[in-house]
Design a protein around this ligand. Structure first.
Ligand code: TYD
Length: 138
C-alpha cells in the first residue's frame, strides 16, 4: 500500500437553483462499506489533526466546507493533497500516516470510515508506524 493508492474520487452531485446535493454510497462510489461517519469542525487555523496511521481502516475524506491539506506518508514517500471541493473526496487506504493541516476559516472535515472506532487500529507513534510499514514490505 502506498500514497499512490490514495486517490481523489468525484462525488455524484445534483445542482439546481435551490443549491447542490452530493451523495456517497458505500461499496459503490467508494471502495468500502461505510461503518462510521465523523466530522471535525470549529478548527483553529493552525491546528494539525490526524497525525496517526491505521492498520486496517479505510477512509474517504470530504471537505464539506472550506479547505485543508492532507499530507499522506506511506513510510517511503509523502504526498500533499489540497481538498477544497465538497463534490470531491480523498480515498485513504490502510497503512498511511496522515496529517491534516492548513484549515480555512469555517472548514468542516467529513470522514467516512470502513470500521467502527477502535483505538487498537491506530498508530499514534510514527516510529511504530514506520516499523510496521517496512515489516509489511518484506
Ligand atoms: P483524534 O484521533 O485525536 O482526532 P484526529 O482525527 O484529529 O486524529 O480523536 C479525538 C478524540 O475523539 C479521541 O479521544 C478519540 C475520539 N474519537 C472517537 O471516540 N470516535 C471516533 O470515531 C473518532 C474519529 C475519534
Amino acid at each position: 500500500m502506498s500514497v499512490e493508492d490514495c486517490r481523489l474520487i468525484d462525488v455524484p452531485s445534483f445542482s439546481d437553483p435551490r443549491g447542490n446535493l452530493s451523495f456517497v454510497e458505500g461499496g459503490g462510489h467508494i471502495p468500502f462499506d461505510i461503518a462510521r461517519v465523523y466530522y471535525i469542525w470549529n478548527i483553529p487555523e493552525q491546528a494539525v489533526r490526524g497525525a496517526h496511521g491505521h492498520r486496517e481502516l479505510q477512509q474517504f475524506i470530504i471537505p464539506a466546507s472550506g479547505s485543508f491539506n492532507v499530507v499522506l506518508d506511506d513510510g517511503r514517500q509523502t504526498r500533499t493533497v489540497h481538498l477544497d471541493r465538497p463534490d470531491q473526496g480523498l480515498y485513504i487506504c490502510p497503512m498511511i500516516w496522515r496529517d491534516v493541516t492548513q484549515f480555512s476559516d469555517g472548514a468542516v472535515c467529513l470522514a467516512l470510515a470502513s470500521l467502527p472506532y477502535d483505538e487498537a487500529d491506530y498508530f499514534r507513534d510514527y516510529r511504530e508506524f514506520l516499523d510496521e510499514a517496512s515489516r509489511r514490505e518484506r
